[in-house]
Design a protein. Structure first.
Length: 243
């Protein structure tokens, strides 16, 4: 059962680190891009931020698809799409092209986060979920630490176009590790022994049942009722204030 911690979570972490690098590397390229493409600072700022419009638009749909049992395949497809789009960012020649590409990157990356939350729910019992989420979300500080030096090295050796092309290759290569390393749930993990699979499923089911029996609040099913819940509203406000 320990493979969840040493196989599944590290693969998730590196996947998100790659996504983080691909959406933030424009910050390192902006000085060169603006000069070469004659794009104003305001347009570059908008192009940097428009990614999150796409990011927000895709999260609900992708979360729904992942909940239907398609999370592993979904993230694999998204990695290929955002990798190709990231590479195409190295060939833009106008502000409009840059804005379109940035929006598309956000659209394709937006489904990763809700899918990972569902993976933790499927793979870990309630008593383990906070720890599991804390481990894979270490990707945020790690990505911040390593993305700068990598981008700086590429820019020093090549140019801003090469930065996008090279870092766009990362998800296209990593997708094979992703398909090897993860499964939507223990029931679909071929790398688990039958005994470990049965023990893990029993542990998760037992804790879920006890969680409900102890009076855990029931969650409304419809999208509208979810969005009206006080915890969701407070969480949304906290995220907006944090950004």
């Amino acid at each position: 059962m320990n493979q969840r911690w040493f196989r599944l979570l590290p693969v998730m972490m590196i996947t998100f680190i790659i996504a983080f690098m691909d959406r933030t590397n424009i910050g390192f390229a902006i000085p060169m891009m603006g000069k070469e493409l004659s794009i104003t600072a305001s347009v570059l700022g908008f192009a940097s931020g428009v990614l999150f419009f796409g990011y927000g638009m895709s999260q609900t749909l992708c979360g729904w698809l992942a909940d239907k049992g398609h999370g592993r395949a979904l993230v694999a497809v998204l990695m290929v799409l955002w990798g190709l789009t990231e590479m195409s960012q190295g060939f833009v020649h106008s502000a409009s092209q840059l804005v379109i590409v940035r929006f598309a990157i956000g659209l394709f990356e937006g489904g990763v986060f809700p899918t990972f939350l569902l993976f933790v729910k499927n793979w870990f019992a309630p008593s383990e979920r906070a720890r599991a989420n804390g481990i894979w979300q270490l990707c945020y500080p790690l990505a911040a630490v390593i993305s700068g030096p990598i981008a700086g090295y590429i820019l020093g050796a090549h140019d801003w176009r090469s930065l996008f092309v090279i870092e766009g290759i990362f998800p296209l290569v990593w997708v094979f590790v992703w398909l090897w390393g993860v499964a939507d749930s223990p029931r679909h993990a071929k790398w688990l022994s039958q005994a470990d699979r049965e023990q893990l499923i029993e542990k998760i089911d037992t804790e879920n049942r006890l969680h409900v029996e102890r009076g855990a609040p029931t969650v409304p099913a419809s999208f509208g009722s979810q969005m009206r819940r006080l915890p969701v509203l407070l969480f949304t406000a906290s995220i907006l204030c944090g950004t």
